[in-house]
Design a protein around this ligand. Structure first.
Ligand code: CUA
Length: 152
């Protein structure tokens, strides 16, 4: 009798674990940021807004958009300036291979996949400097791949 109870309990545990895995996979899946669009990597130079990378002023002093291209082994543009107190949306894609995008001192971290456009929103409260670094190994020049953010 107790053996049967033990077996039934084991099966019940397995079912509970299985459900737990399914639930966490589902919830975890929802947290993955969806790409903000797709793009043909070969046509970046002809596709707006990536045909003209740089800083755009949406609301002066408050909201900015940075259109950025990652490629081996640089971010374009390599230096941007925004005023302190501004909220900046980075619209980024990769021209060639998978790169990483991380802003030092900020909770911003995404993968840049060729063909996909990623959006990252960051608030810069204080004047100072931040670096955008590639955190995904992308070849011989990976360590040299960075851009500078100057908050004025
Ligand atoms: Cu780009 Cu590492």
């Amino acid at each position: 009798r107790s053996e049967r109870l033990f077996i039934n309990l084991s099966i019940l545990m397995l079912v509970i674990f299985f459900i737990a895995v399914l639930v966490s996979a589902f919830i975890g899946g929802l947290q993955v940021p969806a790409p903000a669009g797709t793009i043909d990597p070969a046509a970046i130079n002809q596709t707006a807004p990536f045909d003209n990378p740089g800083v755009r002023e949406l609301v002066p002093g408050k909201r900015y958009e940075v259109v950025m291209i990652a490629q081996t082994w640089a971010f374009i543009p390599g230096e941007i300036r925004v005023p302190a107190g501004s909220e900046v949306t980075f619209r980024i894609t990769s021209r060639d291979v998978i790169h990483g995008f991380e802003i030092t001192g900020k909770n911003a971290n995404v993968m840049l996949i060729p063909g996909q456009i990623s959006l990252v929103k960051v608030k810069f409260d204080k004047p100072g400097e931040h670096y955008i670094i590639c955190h995904e190994y992308c070849g011989i020049g990976h360590q040299t791949m960075y851009a500078k953010i100057i908050v004025e």
